[in-house]
Design a protein around this ligand. Structure first.
Ligand SMILES: CC(C)(COP(=O)(O)OP(=O)(O)OC[C@H]1O[C@@H](n2cnc3c(N)ncnc32)[C@H](O)[C@@H]1OP(=O)(O)O)[C@@H](O)C(=O)NCCC(=O)NCCS
Length: 186
């Protein structure tokens, strides 16, 4: 973590903004807002017009188990999935993919990724919190996820947000790497 800037995350700044509505603080994410202000990160549902950006982000962020364009297309239209994107100035800076099962009380966070140049600024945290809100809205009581055991930034993000390590899944990924299973009860 050496060299990473220690300043309030976008998620923390969103809280500051809620506590101080008249303040002219730095831009904060507006969750599911229809009003996109230039340069201000917005978290919203993905559209078919985001497909190019979603595929580019996926390819830049993961070297295995990539979600294909056809899969993203299906997930965007599906009621059992939610694709959220963080956008600023018309550019997709991050995405999260969530799955829901009929009757299940937990949602599954399949992936979350931020473009390299926008990492370390709180966008991952803001997307994770938006994903949790989406799960709550759908009546889920918990979020589950898997993460590669060597993915230190993601593990730190999840643990900071209260995710509890459940168990190791040997050979979980296509490349044979192990995963940790995490869960966060709401
Ligand atoms: C994991 C990822 C989504 C984090 O996004 P981000 O926008 O950079 O994260 P944030 O700036 O919101 O950081 C939130 C917290 O995550 C943790 N974190 C993020 N990057 C970290 C890093 N490089 N090293 C250690 N901890 C890190 C920290 O706890 C951080 O809180 P802090 O800033 O108060 O220390 C991003 O690194 C990424 O896209 N990685 C590639 C894709 C991936 O591996 N996704 C997860 C598996 S699906």
């Amino acid at each position: 973590m050496a060299g990473r800037r220690r300043r309030p995350s976008l998620a923390q700044r969103e809280v500051l903004r809620l506590n101080c509505r008249s303040s002219s603080r730095s831009p904060v994410p507006q969750v599911h807002s229809r009003c996109i202000l230039r340069g201000m990160p917005v978290i919203r549902r993905a559209r078919l017009s985001d497909l190019d950006a979603l595929v580019a982000l996926e390819q830049a962020s993961f070297d295995h188990d990539q979600v294909s364009r056809a899969q993203f297309r299906r997930h965007i239209a599906s009621t059992s999935a939610a694709v959220l994107v963080a956008e600023a100035a018309g550019q997709v800076l991050g995405a999260a993919l969530l799955f829901f099962r009929r009757g299940a009380k937990s949602a599954r966070l399949y992936s979350i990724a931020i473009v390299h140049t926008a990492r370390g600024r709180g966008l991952g945290a803001a997307l994770l919190e938006a994903a949790e809100r989406e799960a709550c809205k759908r009546g889920c009581r918990a979020m589950r996820l898997e993460v590669r055991t060597d993915n230190a930034p993601a593990i730190a993000l999840y643990e900071k947000h209260g995710y509890l390590r459940r168990r190791r899944e040997p050979g979980f990924y296509q490349n044979g790497m192990d995963a940790w299973r995490y869960e966060k009860p709401f």
